[in-house]
Each structure stands twice: as C-alpha cells, then as structure tokens.
Design a binder for this molecule. Structure first.
Ligand SMILES: O=C(O)c1cc(=O)[nH]c(=O)n1[C@@H]1O[C@H](COP(=O)(O)O)[C@@H](O)[C@H]1O
Length: 257
C-alpha cells in the first residue's frame, strides 16, 4: 500500500525473509530520552530492528540537529517530532531551521490552523526538505479531555476535521490513533501517510495513553507506520521487544500483499 512512499532509499536486507524490510520501514522507535548518550545506547540495543527513529522534544531540546545528523550517519531515517504550533511566520522559520539537519519527517500540530500548516508546507518544500505530518488529536486524549479544552466533537470527528484541513493545506500525512485510522484511510486514499502512536502490544502498560491498540490491529486497519516508545525502550531486551512488534507487522503485511 504505502511501500514506495515510506522507503527512504536505503538498501534492503538481502538475507531477511520477504516483507522484512517493509516491516522495518513501518516501525518508528520513539527515542524519548534526556541525552544523546542515552538515546544512542538504546539504538545500539535495537540491533537494527527498525529503519526510523523518532527524536521528540525531550531529546531534540537536549541534543539538537547534531544528534539528527549522527543518527542519519548510522544509516537511520529520522522522524523529528517537534509538534510545531505557533503563528505561521514563526513555524515557517522553525521548519527552515530544522530542515538543515535532514530529517525525513517533521510534525506540526493541525490545531495551529490552515494558515500555519500552509506556511509550514511552503517552508518544507525545498530540496532535501522533510515530509510534514499533522498531529490531529493526541492519543493521550479521550472525549472527556477534548471537552475540557472546549471541543465538543468526538475524537473521531475531530481527527477527521483536522485531517481534511491538513490535507487541503498541503501536508503530506497525519498522526492519529488506531481508532480513527480506518475511517481516515477511506477518506484520504492509499497514498496519504497515516502514522499511529498509542501502540501497546498485549500485556504492556498503557501509561498516559488513552486511545491505544496492538501493532497488529493498527496495521490491519490501515496505518502506514507505527510509533512505539516505552513498550520497546523500557523493555528488559529492547531488541527482542522491537522484533516481536516487527513480527506482528509482518503477519499483517504478508496477508495483504
Ligand atoms: O506525534 C507523535 O509522535 C505522537 C502523537 C500522539 O498523538 N501521541 C503520541 O504518543 N505521540 C508520540 O508517540 C510516542 C509514544 O510513546 P509511548 O507511549 O512510550 O509508546 C511519544 O514519543 C509521543 O510523543
């Protein structure tokens, strides 16, 4: 479905079974750590289980573009999750600043509005610029939390509204929960990148997430890519935890190819 969109020009692993590279391309491990040293230690323990690594606010504020470049130097694709949300001029400037590091993906908050997203899309539209993802409704929010910030719509309807706004503004893909991905896939078509966090393999702690699903369910419903943090980074054996998730992804990919 989204194979060609996702692959970042890296060579396939010739000794892996068919579909293995696709599964790797569809898993992003969230490096939510306070320092480059801790993040790189985890990367070593992943033993190449994934192609994409997500650098979020905690790590980027500590380690900056240097770490993005270091991860790319090790052959990884970098998903820079800064969830930009400010006036259009400021967001466009931020996109230009981070573009220099060569991240493949960058997030903005869809709640920043159409003009902000258009400004971000224009700033990213340069050679080597990142593909932009619009974060719709955070997976840590349920209907009650949404109502608390004055949004009466259900998470499903709010995600759909923001996704349509993002697409019209020229954004490449959206971040949503597994609960909305099926409806979004129908509306957005096969090429739009739909990225799903809030992933919890059976038996793992839910923590602060609210709209969650297993890797298998999220991929079966149409997710292009999964974002997984603590179920891998806090596991006793992060490499084994990542490989178990790849197996779940692979099972679905094998039946849909
Ligand atoms: O944009 C994101 O990546 C994101 C959006 C969202 O709605 N929910 C969400 O959890 N995330 C990120 O996905 C990761 C999930 O981490 P875990 O809950 O530890 O698996 C974190 O790095 C979050 O910042």
């Amino acid at each position: 479905m989204t194979k060609s969109v996702l692959h970042d020009g890296l060579s396939s692993d010739l000794v892996s079974p068919p579909g293995a590279q696709e599964a790797k391309d569809r898993l992003t491990v969230a490096l939510d750590f306070p320092s480059a040293a801790e993040a790189l230690k985890l990367v070593d323990r992943l033993e190449g289980a994934c192609q994409w690594l997500k650098v979020g606010m905690e790590l980027y504020y500590a380690a900056g573009n240097g770490l993005v470049e270091a991860l790319r130097g090790r052959g990884y694709s970098v998903f820079l999750d800064l969830k930009l949300h400010d006036i259009p001029n400021t967001v466009a400037g931020a996109v230009r600043s981070v573009t220099r590091a060569g991240a493949g993906l960058l997030t903005v908050h869809a709640g920043g509005g159409a003009a902000m997203m258009r400004a971000a899309a224009e700033a990213a539209n340069v050679p080597g610029g990142p593909r932009l993802l619009a974060v719709t409704v955070l997976t840590s929010m349920d209907a009650e939390e949404l109502a608390g910030v004055g949004v009466a719509a259900s998470p499903g309807n709010q995600v759909l509204l923001l996704a349509r706004l993002a697409k019209a503004a020229g954004i490449d893909g959206m971040v949503c929960s597994a609960g909305e991905v099926e409806a979004l896939r129908k509306v957005m078509g096969p090429e739009t990148m739909l990225v799903v966090p809030g992933i919890r393999p059976v038996g793992s702690d839910i923590g602060d997430q609210r709209r969650v699903a297993t890797p298998e369910v999220a991929i079966a419903r149409g997710a292009s890519m999964l974002v997984v943090g603590r179920p891998i980074t806090k596991a006793a054996d992060p490499g084994a935890a990542a490989r178990a998730i790849l197996k779940e992804i692979g099972r679905v990919v094998a039946t849909t190819d």
